[in-house]
Design a protein around this ligand. Structure first.
Ligand SMILES: [Zn+2]
Length: 326
């Protein structure tokens, strides 16, 4: 884990252009661009409960698979300061993904932030939210690159002041330099940083919703794969949940996902394979979503498993699905 990665005692000097990376865009436009239009409406009427619920909107993704090392939690003591992120340990070369769509605003040693060491990326997600990825072995995106949620951006490493390879992951809210607990930040957005199943609520949109819709079609609830988790899709999921004896709340989470996914291998064909291909594409696979599980899809599954340190058998079972949709 990190030896340092402390929170700065002094406020960070941030260049004006980095403090306002969204210059020229309205707040409404930024929220819409992130698929947060519904959240904005709920915030404006002050319904914090509804806002928290609609925050599980499919816009966020698990940045890396691994384990939480002892002492690697947010706020852990670091020589008089506190640990500014959550460490996720795995081997050098493990894939690191963008936690949400945005723009790469830093690609440098420590991200130019005090107390940080090693190769680092900072992504601005708009709405004054940032994520930081530290101790990277290799960059897979350039400075100023536009990235999507789940896109591979780097390889895990051990650069900087560390005891072993891991991702040092930070979430900043309000301004760059103001960290919040990444575990609770992501949990509020439907992502389990410790690697559990994600949660997607009614009103969500994006690639994971497409995955859900394809799976639902295979389950006999024909849905248009439009990526919008609107009332037609939600009612279908509630019917599916009732049919499985689950709580019919419309949230696709740890109870519903295992009932929804299929174990798939080469030779399979249909909407469940489209779901798998769409899930792989969210993680930078670039497959044709044709519903045919041939050698190309097998290779993509194996590659995904390999770079995430899963058993690389080319078969999509529950562990692979949980990681892909996390
Ligand atoms: Zn750390």
């Amino acid at each position: 884990m990190c030896r340092s990665c402390a929170t700065a005692a002094e406020p960070t000097e941030i260049p004006a252009d980095l403090e306002r990376p969204d210059h020229g865009l309205s707040r409404r436009g930024l929220l819409a661009g992130l698929g947060l239009g519904v959240l904005a409406v709920n915030l404006s009427v002050g319904t914090s409960t509804a806002a928290a619920a609609t925050a599980k909107n499919g816009a966020w993704a698990d940045p890396a698979l691994g384990r939480f090392p002892a002492g690697g939690h947010y706020g852990a003591p670091r020589g008089g300061a506190s640990h500014a992120g959550q460490d996720v340990s795995n081997s050098v070369g493990t894939a690191v993904y963008a936690a949400a769509g945005g723009t790469v605003v830093r690609r440098s040693w420590g991200g130019g932030l005090p107390g940080r060491t090693g190769n680092a990326l900072v992504i601005s997600h708009g709405n004054n939210q940032y994520t930081y990825y530290g101790h990277l072995n290799a960059y897979r995106v350039g400075l100023n690159a536009k990235v999507s949620a789940g896109q591979r951006i780097a390889d895990m490493g051990a650069t900087g002041n560390v005891t072993g390879p891991h991702l040092h992951f930070e979430t900043h809210s309000g301004r760059l330099g103001t960290t919040v607990n990444p575990v609770s930040f992501l949990a509020a957005r439907g992502v389990d940083l410790s690697g559990g199943w994600s949660r997607t609520d009614p009103g969500a949109s994006g690639a994971t919703v497409v995955v859900i819709q394809h799976l639902m079609s295979r389950r006999g609830h024909g849905l248009a794969a439009d990526g919008q988790y609107g009332s037609v899709s939600v009612e279908a999921v509630k019917r599916f949940q009732r049919s499985k004896g689950l709580v019919a709340d419309g949230q696709v989470g740890p109870a519903t996902w295992p009932a929804l996914v299929y174990t798939l291998r080469q030779g399979a064909s249909g909407s469940h394979v489209r779901a798998l291909q769409a899930a792989l594409n969210k993680r930078s696979a670039r497959l044709a979503v044709d519903g045919g599980f041939g050698s190309v899809t097998t290779g993509a599954v194996r590659d995904y498993q390999s770079v995430n340190r899963l058993v690389a058998d080319g078969e999509a079972g529950p562990v692979t699905w949980r990681a892909l949709t996390g």
